[in-house]
Write a protein that binds this ligand. Sequence first.
Ligand SMILES: Cc1cc2nc3c(=O)[nH]c(=O)nc-3n(C[C@H](O)[C@H](O)[C@H](O)COP(=O)(O)OP(=O)(O)OC[C@H]3O[C@@H](n4cnc5c(N)ncnc54)[C@H](O)[C@@H]3O)c2cc1C
Length: 306
Amino acid sequence: MDSSNQKLYDTIIVGGSYAGLSAAMTLGRSLRNVLIIDSGNPCNRQTPNSHNFLTRDGVPPEEIAKIARDEVSKYPSIELYKGFAVNGCKISEGFMIKTSDSNLFKGKKLIFATGILDSLHDIKGFAECWGISVIHCPYCHGYEVRNKKTAILADGDRLVYFTSLIKNLTDDLTLIISEINASNADNIAILKRNGVKIIEKKISEIQHHNGYIDKVIFSDVTSESFEAMYAPVSFQQHSGIPEELGCEMTDVGLIKIDEAHKTTVDSVYAVGDNSNLLRSVSLAVSSGSVAGVKINGELSADMFSE
Ligand SMILES: Cc1cc2nc3c(=O)[nH]c(=O)nc-3n(C[C@H](O)[C@H](O)[C@H](O)COP(=O)(O)OP(=O)(O)OC[C@H]3O[C@@H](n4cnc5c(N)ncnc54)[C@H](O)[C@@H]3O)c2cc1C
């Protein structure tokens, strides 16, 4: 990539949602020149209301993001660029980022606040209900569907733990599982002992009105009505640039970081959902702030010793 005649930012932040904006605020308040590159596609965009973030409980997610953008844009050393970062490479002054419209930006430090992409089940109606009545997290939306007739579409090692969290919120709980086999039979037995109903069938459709679930249709054409469904899903990274730069990933596909949110590549940080399985607006904001503090510390130390 050609790096000629480009402004050198103190930090480029790729991803300008909660985690990225929080990092930007910390750096902007420390007079650092910051460029945020954001494509405007946060993971919670379909959910009507975001919960469990102090002072903004129940507020639409985009409203929280707008307030954050307005606050951040008051700091004159912060620039926001609407676009998608497609490549990154190391250069002598730090890093170069290229956007899909072929613009090039240079920064001494990099923060990835790029989030993750949820891999939704390929079930008719699932995507339309995602974040509305088909939810991934009891802390984000569980209170709103407490005491409702609820389904869980899940399997795997954490099934018992996950179900126990939801059982605390509603007694009318049904696990829908496509197959009971040797690997999940013990877990299913525990759930049954705790009053969870079990349906061993494949789902062919979720019928809904405007994303609010009415009933689940099974592949044998029987159906069952529900008011809410929990469905943890797998994910992939939203951006491939961290790996391109050599950042190590964890076994579950997150960007590997230390407690300061540093990746395994010097001067590259990762914040928010891309590096933390505990997904929440508050934790994303917190991680951005930590990375901002650490980067400002490094930049200050570099200037001081010169
Ligand atoms: C359906 C749903 C509902 C949720 N509800 C709640 C809730 O009620 N309460 C709560 O606390 N949490 C909730 N969460 C979790 C919360 O939304 C996330 O933890 C939070 O959004 C993570 O913030 P982030 O900044 O890390 O990533 P995101 O908010 O996902 O933002 C990532 C940003 O990076 C941008 N980006 C990615 N790659 C690039 C690139 N290469 N170039 C430029 N830009 C890029 C994206 O466009 C996006 O704007 C919910 C999540 C989901 C999926």
